[in-house]
Design a protein around this ligand. Structure first.
Ligand code: ZN
Length: 151
């Protein structure tokens, strides 16, 4: 028997995508019906899709919509703010599905979020601040989705 929750995992160290790629129960065998397979994996896949959409695609529209002249540089700065995820390297394990990064990793702490908000006041750093805050909101939304699907 598989002990898979709605997020599509057996353990806490595999994401639903990794699990889908490496374990592949059901869909190519008769273990479970394909409808059941979709029912099990869709929420986790949807969560990943929303998360990476907000990390990579949504900032592009912000850059194009609000910084038309410097849209490429702005978008690259938004992408560069992803470097705050380097603080995950301090954690053990580095990646753990279902773990909420907000309030856990140092650069995702509430104090750090407050500092990012203050950076909005410095015009030269405003784009960096927006990128960092978008990142925190994205990770926060992921925490919310995990609170529903992850057990
Ligand atoms: Zn993050």
């Amino acid at each position: 028997m598989y002990h898979i929750n709605w997020y599509g995992m057996t353990g806490k160290t595999f994401s639903s995508l990794q699990f889908f790629l490496y374990h592949k129960p059901g869909i190519f065998s008769n273990e479970i019906k394909w409808t059941e397979h979709i029912y099990r994996y869709l929420p986790g896949m949807l969560q990943h899709f929303i998360h990476y959409f907000l990390h990579f695609i949504f900032p592009f529209f912000i850059a194009v919509g609000f910084y038309r002249k410097n849209r490429l540089v702005t978008y690259l700065v938004f992408l560069a703010t992803m470097l705050v995820d380097a603080d995950h390297l301090l954690a053990e394990p580095v990646y753990q599905a279902c773990r909420c990064s907000i309030g856990f990793h140092p650069l995702h702490s509430y104090i750090a979020c407050g500092i990012y908000a203050l950076l909005l006041l410095i015009p030269q750093l405003r784009i960096v601040a927006i990128g960092l805050l978008l990142h925190m909101i994205t990770d926060g939304i992921d925490c919310y989705m995990s609170s529903i699907y992850c057990k």
